[in-house]
Write a protein that binds this ligand. Structure first.
Ligand code: MOS
Length: 761
């Protein structure tokens, strides 16, 4: 076997288990005597329950129990994650008769079989007193609050006095952009299997935050942490949907306790749209002043972002737009708009998707105003240091991303004039560019590594595998240090039995888990070398123990080799182990403790001496049939600066996925709200359209692949989120180039491009 090293293009270590169905997801757990729970949800936009009749439900054969606010256990409140707590929102359904939003759970039917539970759920009869509600950013009944000072930690981003500078600039861009609410829609539905063994509770659930789920449950049920174990080895797609505890988890736990049997609760797709977080609707007001040569003199980025009536979900996208260009003056501020939905939250590049669609559309518009190439405009305003703090970037290869992307794409063959490029059959062609960035975060972590006599490696660290490939990343790093095949590394993650399991999100997984794994594995390797030198003497292996290589279970030196199992047997040791903690400079001293109690304790993107961001450039071709103007994305070139690539295959897959998400955001994905009904209407994947294979054509992916040794010892920055930042903007810009029509609202649909239609915004 060739020695595995960081950057290798290896198979996913869990790929085989997944295709053989051996990887168990939450709802795959089938426990003896398991009962099934099905929620019933509110069908009014807001109001109060007047009556609930469960008589019909209780008649259904197999129904064991019906819970509603009258019969449900009283739960201790668990705070919203951005208010210092653990929950996706502060509102826990089934605790009273009030309905805060359409789709809120109002009852739970538990039965022997899923079918009986569904039948019983359909027979719950409810009458309501309906009250007025507001579900979109323009509703009369909305309530607006300034994020600063309404939230404690989330400040405006201010540098200089941009309004004054823009007011006297020779060229000014001043536009509004809009994005729709969106839902994550991973393939794996929200689900929980809850099982009690005496007073010990075990939860099997696909979550990005097993520790937060554990702690949240302990608070809700008044249990000690050692009484609850949460197991989340695999997640069938996270995308930010599962970063905190959601209401359904405690439903399953209570149901299981009440019926004295394990309970599975699988939230149906239609209910998922209201059962946990989603991406908030945004309005972006962007103002940019520039001189006639395209030097930006100031920028203002004001956002109105949706939140719920009961929680303030912060919007922080300007944290990144503030660092994107060399703004001599900048202001980023947020107004939160309280609406009658559940609390919005994370969805892949949660804030940056909307922010960069808007910013990068604005740059494109500015380029046309200036009659300048849009790549050149971006290069001209590339930042050398953080405009807000003045601190340096840990690394920034945005310029190279743009230059390399332009070359690969053949950008120099672009005719700048809109609607000027066509195929011989008349199909309109558009070429667009956009860039993006995403903050570099690191969360606290503890890694434990153990090398066994049989050559296997057992390691645990904080992390959750949601398909992004963190198991493979960790295995590659340990395999490189310990000279084993990645398949020999048993990775224990997502399980509160090996704490702390900090939430995995914000593209901080690899940068968080890999450095302490490497440090612990290196320590084990050094222990092994020390052992063999003690046993055999250094001369046998040459004078420098560093020349020893470890591979395939053998430690090889200049003058001989020795079996690892033999070394351990001679030393009468079953194995060698070490642990190492990870974190970032300036991290709170109690960060690891905070992580151990399920709190978000990540640091970044501003550190004491620098700021850290990943960067990306997207080049996109769209083709549009003028008769039926449905845009097709026919070609994409994406170049990413994510520092060192640890696992090439999963990294490429992440970027591929990011491009697909960009296509979805630009062209198909919107959660539709209707002011007459409340909630989200297209709560199914037939009407909430995610791109399918036919929507995705040629994608070329490149990495700068240069280590960022300042950010961490692996030199790896975040990747999962930056991959999709700006992609929707590049598509919108390509559509403008193809048609001459600037659409400032996502998603862009056929009707926006019809000859006689009025652009909606
Ligand atoms: Mo990511 S949207 O922070 O899981």
């Amino acid at each position: 076997m060739t020695k595995i090293s960081v950057g290798a293009d290896t198979q996913r270590v869990d790929g085989r288990d997944k295709v053989l169905g051996r990887a168990l997801y939450g709802a795959d757990r089938l426990l003896p005597r398991m009962a099934h729970a099905v929620p019933v949800v509110a069908t009014v936009g807001k109001g109060r329950i007047v009556s609930i009749d469960v008589a019909g439900t209780e008649q259904v054969k197999g129904v064991l129990l019906v819970l509603d606010y009258r019969s449900m256990d009283r739960l201790q409140p668990v705070a919203f994650s951005f208010a210092g707590g653990h929950a996706i929102q502060s509102l826990q359904p089934l605790q009273g008769p009030d309905i805060a939003y359409r789709g809120q759970a109002i009852a739970l039917v538990i039965a022997d079989t899923l079918e009986a539970a569904m039948e019983g759920a359909a027979l719950v009869r409810v009458t309501y007193e309906a009250t007025p509600f507001s579900v979109d950013l323009d509703s009369a009944g909305r309530e607006e609050v300034l994020q600063e000072p309404a939230t404690k930690y989330f400040k405006d981003f201010i540098h200089g006095e941009p309004e004054a500078v823009i007011g006297s600039a020779p060229v000014v861009l001043d536009q509004f952009y809009r994005t729709s609410p969106q839902h994550q829609n991973p393939m794996e539905l929200l689900s929980t299997v809850a099982a009690w063994d005496g007073d010990l509770l075990t939860i099997y659930e696909g979550t990005q935050a097993s520790q937060a789920v554990q702690q949240g449950l302990c608070i809700q049920l008044g249990l000690a942490p050692e009484k609850v174990r949460v197991i989340s080895p695999y997640i069938g797609g996270g995308f930010g949907q599962r970063g905190s505890i959601s209401p359904h988890t405690v439903f399953a736990a209570v149901a299981a306790r009440r019926v004295g049997r394990p309970v599975k609760l699988l939230v149906p797709r239609a209910q998922v749209f209201h059962a946990t977080s989603f991406r908030a609707a945004n309005e972006h007001h962007i103002r940019i002043g520039a001189d006639r040569e395209g030097h930006i003199v100031g920028g203002v980025h004001r956002v109105r972002a949706q939140t719920s009536r009961f929680d303030l979900m912060p919007y922080t996208g300007q944290e990144t737009t503030a660092r994107m260009y060399s703004w001599p003056a900048f202001r980023g501020s947020t107004t939160l708009v309280k609406l009658d939905t559940q609390t919005p939250g994370f969805m892949r590049a949660p804030m940056e998707m909307g922010s960069f669609f808007s910013l990068e559309s604005a740059l494109d518009e500015l380029a046309y105003t200036l009659n300048m190439d849009p790549v050149e405009l971006r290069l001209r305003n590339d930042a050398q240091a953080d405009p807000i703090s003045g601190k340096p970037f840990t690394s920034r290869h945005l310029r190279t991303c743009l230059e390399r992307g332009a070359e690969l794409f053949g950008w120099n063959r672009r005719k700048p004039k809109p609607a000027s490029m066509r195929d011989p059959d008349g199909t309109m062609i558009g070429w667009g560019v956009a860039a993006g960035a995403y903050p570099g975060y690191i969360s606290p972590a503890l890694a434990k590594v153990r090398l066994q006599r049989d050559g296997t490696v057992i390691l645990s660290v904080g992390g959750h595998e949601m398909g992004q490939g963190i198991r493979t990343v960790i295995a590659i790093v340990a395999a490189e240090e310990l000279g084993v095949e990645p398949e020999k590394v048993r990775v224990q993650i997502g399980d509160t039995a090996v704490p702390p399991q900090h939430t995995t999100a914000g593209a901080w997984g690899a940068a968080t888990a890999a450095p302490p794994v490497r440090a612990a594995a290196r320590n084990v390797r050094e222990q092994l070398i020390k052992l063999v030198v003690e046993q055999k003497g250094a001369p046998l292996y040459g004078s420098d123990p560093k020349t020893l290589t470890l591979q395939d279970g053998w430690l090889t030196g200049l003058k001989g080799r020795q079996r690892v199992s033999e070394i351990l047997r001679t030393a009468r040791l079953p194995g060698l182990e070490a642990q190492a903690s990870g974190g970032a400079p300036g991290m709170r001293p109690d960060a690891l403790k905070e992580a151990a109690v399920g709190k978000i304790a990540a640091a970044g993107p501003e550190f004491p001496d620098y700021v850290a961001f990943s960067f990306v450039a997207h080049f996109v071709e769209v083709k549009i049939d003028p008769a039926i103007p449905r845009p097709r994305v026919t070609r994409v070139v994406t170049v990413v600066d994510c520092g060192k690539v640890i696992s090439r295959r999963t990294a490429e897959s992440q970027v591929y996925g990011g491009i697909v998400w960009g296509i979805g955001a630009a062209l198909t994905e919107a959660s539709e709200v209707d002011p007459r009904f409340g909630g989200f209407l297209n709560n199914n994947i037939a009407e909430y359209q995610v791109p399918v294979n036919a929507d995705v054509r040629q994608c070329e992916i490149r990495f700068i692949d240069r280590e960022d040794p300042v950010f961490n010892s692996l030199g790896a920055k975040g990747l999962g989120e930056v991959a999709c930042v700006g992609a929707a903007g590049a598509i919108a810009n390509a559509i403008f180039h193809a048609t001459g029509r600037r659409v400032r609202r996502l998603p862009i649909r056929l009707d926006d491009l019809m000859v006689d239609s009025n652009v909606r915004l």
